[in-house]
Every structure is written in C-alpha cells, then in structure tokens.
Design a protein around this ligand. Structure first.
Ligand SMILES: NC(=O)c1ccc[n+]([C@@H]2O[C@H](COP(=O)([O-])OP(=O)(O)OC[C@H]3O[C@@H](n4cnc5c(N)ncnc54)[C@H](OP(=O)(O)O)[C@@H]3O)[C@@H](O)[C@H]2O)c1
Length: 262
C-alpha cells in the first residue's frame, strides 16, 4: 500500500545520493541517471566518484556533481550539505545508502567495529537529516529514503552489531514518517536481503536468495515510484524473515538454525 506520494517520474528531479561509490549505491546512480535525474553523488572515495561520473557521462550523457563526504564526521556532513544546497535550490530525493558491514558474533565483539557500524549506519543518516530536515520542512515536499536491511527485522547470526543498527534505523524511519508525512514529505525505508557487493564478498557462508546490485537498484526505484514506505526484496527471502519475527522464540530460533545458520 502506498503511504507516500509516488515519485513517479525522476526526470530532472534533484537527487542527493550518499554512498554512490560502490555496490547498491553505484547501481542506484546508474538507474537514476538512466531515468534522467540530476544527481549529486557522495561518499568518502573521491576517485571512485570521479570514475562513476565518467561512466554516467559515457552511458547516459549525464553529468553529475561530486561532493565527497564522510558520514561519520559532523563537520564533513555540515560542509557537504552546504555545498549540496548551493547546487540544488530544492531536493526532491535524499537517498542514503552508505553503510558498513562487519560480521560480528559474541566471540568477536569489539568496540572499534561496533562504533564504526553504529556511527555510519545509524548516526550517519541522523547526522545528514539533522541538517536537511529544516530544508525539507521549508520546501514542504521531497522524499527521504534510507537503506536499512532485512537484518533489522530480528536478531540473526553474525549480525550482533550490524542487525541492531538496521533495527534502529527502521524504528527511526517509522517515527520520521509519523512526523514528516503530515508535512507533505515522503519517508521511505528500504530493506534489501543479500546483494552481491564488496560488503558481502567477505561472507563465508552461502547467502540465500542473493541478487545483483542492478536488481536491487530496480527494486528501490520501483518502490520509490510506487510511494511505498517500506520496500523489501527479494520477496521470497524478505517475507520469510518477516514471518519469522512474528513466531514464538522457540520456533524462531529453531528455524534460524535450520535455514539461516550454515
Ligand atoms: N549487500 C547486501 O547484501 C546488503 C543487504 C542489506 C542492506 N545493505 C545495505 O546497503 C547499503 C550499501 O551496501 P553495499 O552492499 O552496496 O556495500 P558497499 O559496496 O560496501 O558500499 C557501501 C557504500 O557506503 C559508503 N560508505 C561507507 N562508509 C562511509 C562513510 N563513513 N561516509 C560516507 N560513505 C560511506 C561507501 O563509500 P566510501 O567507501 O567511498 O565512503 C560505499 O559507497 C548499506 O547501507 C548496507 O548496509 C546491503
């Protein structure tokens, strides 16, 4: 069911895409360029953004604006958003894709990885929105889309820290929707299952229902076009996880052990 105004046409829409240098964000940049969006592409690695920009020019004749930023740093985010608002008088879509994933379980718990994941995956979007919410409120329109994960639905093996960052992001997006939807601003949470990217290349287990970043970008685009609050995919895996979380814990833990722990 569509809870947001549909973003039916991306042509000439101003999109700030954070986390564009690799994986799902890179594929989203290509999808959005193909749809004719005006793009600002951001992440830390400027060389990768330059390569992406060259690709977008070659493939779609689209020139994007490169604004590097580190979402773990408040100063970096503040400087970047000022440059974004200089370039775009209004923002039609903020697509926050950046995230880090380190498989952690009880035996490998450490504060360095924990802080890095919390600072990027959860505090990153909060830092950006701390600056951009006033802009969206001033506009009285626009869309905010945050990439979470199906790992946020319930506790999964090797997701001791990653899972809670995405669970909190989902909760954050729900509250954000309640606050901003009455003001005409769309809020979207995107929950992918396993996608073949540099982030998941480190996994030493068989990833169920693994999809390509291009397929993920198409699913994200379709969800935004339909005005969905939550876009989750691939459905055979995401519905299975949604079903798991409503089960009593003895059955939940048994099914996770049987079907997810390899
Ligand atoms: N792959 C999956 O199976 C999967 C499943 C569910 C959800 N997700 C989520 O999808 C998103 C993208 O993941 P991916 O698999 O495409 O991973 P990826 O290929 O490793 O890409 C991660 C992106 O995040 C950016 N990033 C990381 N730290 C950053 C920082 N401090 N500041 C700014 N940008 C930063 C990276 O750019 P720089 O290194 O250039 O900064 C890169 O563009 C993440 O939020 C991830 O949690 C992925």
């Amino acid at each position: 069911m569509s809870l947001n105004p549909p973003l039916s046409d991306f042509k000439n829409k101003n999109v700030w895409l954070i986390g564009a240098s690799s994986g799902i964000g890179h594929a989203c940049a290509r999808w959005l360029a193909k749809e004719g969006a005006n793009l600002i592409i951001s992440s830390r690695r400027e060389e990768s953004l330059i390569d992406l920009n060259e690709l977008l020019i070659k493939e779609f004749s689209i020139q994007s604006k490169i604004i590097p930023l580190d979402v773990m740093s408040d100063q970096s985010v503040e400087a970047a958003q000022a440059r974004v608002l200089d370039h775009f008088p209004t923002i039609d879509l903020l697509l926050f894709v950046s995230g880090v994933y380190t498989p952690i379980q009880a035996e490998t718990l450490n504060m360095q990885d924990a802080q890095s994941m919390i600072s990027t995956n959860l505090l990153g979007p909060i830092r950006v929105l701390n600056y951009l919410i006033p802009q969206f409120l001033k506009q009285g329109n626009g869309h905010i889309a945050l990439v979470g994960s199906v790992a946020g639905y319930s506790g999964l093996p090797k997701s001791l820290i990653y899972g809670p960052t995405k669970a909190a992001l989902l909760n954050f997006a729900e509250s954000l929707y309640e606050d901003l939807s009455p003001k005409g601003i769309g809020v979207h949470i995107i929950c992918p299952g396993f996608v073949q990217t540099p982030a998941t290349a480190i996994n030493d287990f068989k990833m169920p229902s693994l999809i390509t970043p291009e397929r993920a970008a198409e699913e994200i685009g379709k969800g935004l076009k339909n005005g969905e609050f939550e876009t989750h995919f691939p459905k055979e895996f995401s519905f299975f996880l949604k079903f798991l979380r409503i089960l009593p814990y003895p059955i939940y833990f048994w099914l996770v052990k049987k079907f997810i722990v390899q």
